[in-house]
Design a protein around this ligand. Structure first.
Ligand code: AMP
Length: 362
């Protein structure tokens, strides 16, 4: 039995956040006959607002605007896991919100996230919480000389992070990340980085896309290779871990789990995001149902879609000026181009992506 009512096509989905993930979710919603109403402090002409039926531009703490928004939609979901938990708690007085505040609280804080994952018996890099340069130094003394220091909150694409090794001392690293709460992680010498995307419905049903390999450039995802070319046992373990986490969170929606593959074929969880993920964009072109459609299905109380993969895929992000290649990409037979409608191609900004398909090898 589903814990959320089935919303028939024609209903309106409320979307917290208005970036490209919201845009692609709104497009998937439209394909199934749903409307989207986005809510964000900066929603004007945003990637998601451009393709949605309505947009509210208001702060995360504007209680009246939040109430009006929640009363005007049939269900609320999100494309950004850092929406304040208090915002979601308020919205929940007037509408169902999935994923819920318990999921966000874990995903917003690296210490909560690692504690949760380790509590399930799932491995991560060794870590310690730190609130001062002295605590960072103590953690490095325990963990080892090569570490990564990260702010516990609001880090993405390698922002709010510093490497510690023989050339960078803990005090320097602490000064550089400018935060009051951090996590010190042991540096993992990984064979590769992979991620698994799971969708889970209100009835507890789950589907998982195969693990994909992610290659980064300057801390930002560059290329995703689907499926990852790793040992079958590692693929299976990555999927088991992602499913276990989604179940333990009692997630309704979509969860991306990023993992390091160790040289012996084991996996360690790096981080997770309870929303569609950049490493799942290939599913739009290579699978029966995309990660975005799965989110729509989950939050509307519909059965989840098939994750059947019809092709292997390689997804390349178009960052900043990369987007200027659009004429060549349009001319390339078989290249699937997705642009996000962002006016200005600032360095480091995700402007779009291109997916290329290949015959299935497994
Ligand atoms: P994150 O924001 O935690 O996903 O980190 C961004 C990137 O930094 C990851 O995708 C890895 O390439 C690298 N990284 C993060 N943490 C570690 C670690 N503990 N060991 C080695 N590399 C890491």
């Amino acid at each position: 039995m589903s814990r959320i009512p089935t919303l028939a096509p024609g209903a309106t989905i409320g979307m917290l956040g208005a970036g490209q993930l919201g845009r692609m979710t709104a497009l998937a919603a439209a394909q199934l006959g749903y409307k989207t109403h986005v809510y964000a402090p900066d929603a004007a002409d945003s990637p998601a607002a451009q393709v949605s039926a309505a947009a509210t531009i208001a702060g995360w703490d504007d209680l009246d605007a939040l109430e009006r928004f929640a009363r005007s939609v049939d269900a609320v979901t999100l494309e950004w896991e850092n929406v304040p938990v208090a915002t979601v708690e308020h919205l929940r007085r007037f509408a169902t919100v999935n994923p819920g505040p318990n999921v966000l609280a874990v995903a917003q804080d690296r210490v909560a996230e690692k504690s949760f994952v380790n509590g399930l018996g799932i491995g991560t890099a060794p870590w310690r919480a730190a609130h001062s340069a002295a605590e960072v130094a103590a953690a490095v003394a325990e963990i080892g000389p090569r570490c990564v220091l990260k702010s516990t909150r609001l880090g993405y694409d390698g922002k709010g992070q510093a490497r510690i090794d023989a050339t960078v001392d803990p005090a320097q690293a602490w000064e550089s990340i400018k935060t009051s709460a951090a996590i010190v992680e042991g540096f993992v010498t990984f064979a590769c980085e992979v991620s698994v995307i799971v969708a889970r419905g209100g009835d507890g049903a789950m589907v998982a896309y195969p693990a994909v390999e992610n290659r980064h450039k300057d801390g930002i995802l560059d290329v995703t290779i689907a499926p990852a070319k790793i040992a079958p046992a590692t693929l299976a373990e990555a999927e088991r871990v992602a499913r276990r986490i989604a179940e333990a969170l009692d997630l309704i929606g979509v969860l991306a789990v990023e993992l390091f593959v160790t040289p012996d074929g084991g996996v360690l969880v790096n981080e997770m995001a309870p929303r569609p993920h950049n490493s799942g964009h290939w599913t739009m072109d290579a699978c029966a149902s995309s990660q975005f459609e799965q989110l729509v299905r989950a939050v509307c109380g519909l059965p989840l879609g098939s994750v059947e993969r019809v092709a292997d895929a390689e997804m390349t992000n178009l960052i900043g000026d990369d987007v200027l290649q659009w004429p060549a990409l349009l001319a390339e037979p078989g290249a699937r181009l997705h642009l996000y409608g962002k006016a200005e191609a600032r360095p480091g900004r995700k402007m779009g992506h291109v997916t290329r398909l290949f015959p299935k090898t497994s």
